[in-house]
Write a protein that binds this ligand. Structure first.
Ligand code: GLN
Length: 488
């Protein structure tokens, strides 16, 4: 049951081979037994209540393909009645009075929330070691990190504790853990999925998406979560599209751009070989491979960390000890209260980003740093846009490369040096900074002794609103390969 796709589970439910409650209990049992620390909040009562509601939907013939399918949510989506912590001590007992937009949508479909998933504190991290609740272990090798910040989501899907999970991606947090855990994760075009009810990290970059076993399941969920929501002013109205139905298009003559620079970034040899093998599969499917150049790669990391830290500094100012979470009763004046509350309850990485953000936005550095980074962000975006511009002779439909320069590293290996984490984001940042949609799919395993059998991910970046195209490529690849079916 645990390996079945959403479509397969839905058929079983329809044929009454298993009831929604039985299916839910099966997954809950598996969650109780696991030891990877992916789930940080389980509430059986709320879960089973949802199962009953979904059963009623079936009875009233109001069911969709998602009705009765279990799901788990990254703990940055506020969920009514459930604790929502964003992986932080500051929110450790916070219960939201409302649901995030995407939770509302998925509840409406009749999906069953199995629980809330561990993540880096306020989604800041690349290894899920910045969570107040401890690191998530990689199901392929418990010594390894799961990736971050949506490590809980990726590890839970990989360990088959849930068929599918929600996640968010600011600088790679859906794609990188998906790659580290051997699952499929999609970040849609910025603005396509409402950010309403997502605990903000960096508002101009944050985007919700899906982590699942394969592209088909991702497409099914995108059908539901990509839609207009007035509560998020950056949310775009898009024509209704059926991502699931569009999966099976022909890849004949599709143009795949391969940036040489994506293979220069201290990429491990294993990863290069696996990506090259995958590119050959695409060639066999009829695609044209085109070498392209991206001149601005060395600017991705500084630009992202300047902009995201500035926005985080501003977003996190709402945690003032008055409005959310833990409250301090003893204090002499308001400044002392802020200080105590924030220094006691934010983790080190979050404090570091707040310091960087406040420094960058200070009088002396605003022009030199922040404005400069905004201009460079535009230059990076324009460079990528040109690649997809059909007026150019050498335009491409998609860009393909690795997700990360390395496979999952060991827990604690890079914890003491945040810069080592930051530089590992280099290949996911271009689509984050430009807002382009991007998907990570499994394409092999490492062979090196120290990190043998850890999954490798391939990234497909598409033009704006071209989720159908990248899902289509991922789907076709998954029809002719079986990396996505491997289980730890
Ligand atoms: N690793 C990046 C960071 O720490 C990206 C995180 C994310 O996408 N949420 O900022």
């Amino acid at each position: 049951m645990y390996n079945k796709t959403i479509k397969e589970l839905s058929i079983l439910l329809k044929k009454k081979k298993i009831s929604i409650t039985e299916l839910t209990i099966l997954f809950l049992k598996k969650i109780y037994k696991n030891n990877i620390n992916a789930f940080i909040n389980i509430n059986e009562e709320l879960t089973l209540k949802q199962a009953k509601i979904a059963e009623k939907k079936f009875f009233n013939k109001e069911n969709t393909i998602l009705t009765g399918i279990p799901i788990a949510h990254k703990d940055v989506f506020v969920t009514k009645g459930w604790k929502t912590t964003a992986g932080s001590k500051i929110l450790k007992n916070y219960i939201s009075p409302f649901d995030a937009f995407i939770i509302k949508k998925l509840n409406f479909e009749g999906m069953i929330t199995l629980g809330k998933l561990n993540c880096d504190e306020f989604a800041m991290g690349s290894s899920n070691e910045n969570s107040f609740f401890g690191p998530v272990k990689n199901p392929w090798d418990k010594k390894a990190v799961s990736g971050g910040s949506s490590g809980g989501s990726a590890a839970a899907v990989a360990a088959r504790l849930t068929p599918v999970a929600t996640a968010t991606d600011t600088g790679g947090s859906i794609r990188q853990p998906s790659s580290f855990c051997g699952v499929t994760g999609i970040k849609p075009t910025y603005g396509s999925v409402s950010r309403f009810g997502i605990i903000s990290f960096a508002s101009s970059l944050d985007q919700a998406g899906i982590i699942a076993k394969n592209a088909e399941d991702c497409a099914l969920l995108l059908n539901s979560i990509i839609c207009k929501d007035k509560s998020d002013l950056t949310n775009i109205k898009r024509p209704k599209e059926n991502f699931y139905k569009n999966l099976n298009c022909n890849l004949q003559n599709i143009k795949i751009g391969i940036p040489k620079e994506f293979f220069n970034q201290n990429i491990s040899e294993d990863i290069k070989i696996n990506i090259e093998n995958a590119l050959n599969e695409f060639k066999k499917l009829g695609a044209n491979l085109i070498n392209i150049k991206l001149y601005k790669t060395e600017l991705y990391i500084p630009t992202y960390y300047i902009i995201s830290s500035a926005e985080a500094y501003s977003n996190l100012s709402r945690f003032d000890g008055i409005r959310f979470g833990i409250k301090h009763k003893k204090y002499k004046n308001i400044i002392k209260m802020y200080k105590k509350y924030r220094s006691d309850n934010f983790g080190n990485e979050v404090k570091l980003r707040i310091l960087i953000g406040s420094h960058i936005l200070s009088d002396n550095f605003y022009n030199k740093c922040y404005l400069q980074a905004q201009k460079i962000r535009r230059i990076i975006t324009n460079e990528l846009k040109e690649i997809f511009n059909k007026k150019n002779k050498n335009y491409c439909d998609v860009i393909i490369g690795p997700v990360s320069p390395t496979v999952a590293w060991n827990i604690k290996e890079k914890k003491r040096n945040p810069i080592l984490n930051y530089i590992s984001d280099i290949l996911t940042l271009p689509s984050s900074l430009s807002g382009l949609p991007s998907i990570s799919i499994p394409c092999g395993f490492s062979k090196y002794k120290t990190n043998k059998n850890r999954p490798i991910g391939l990234q497909i970046i598409g033009n704006y609103f071209n989720e159908s195209k990248i899902l289509n490529l991922a789907y076709k690849f998954q029809q002719v390969t079986d990396w996505h079916t491997k289980i730890p």
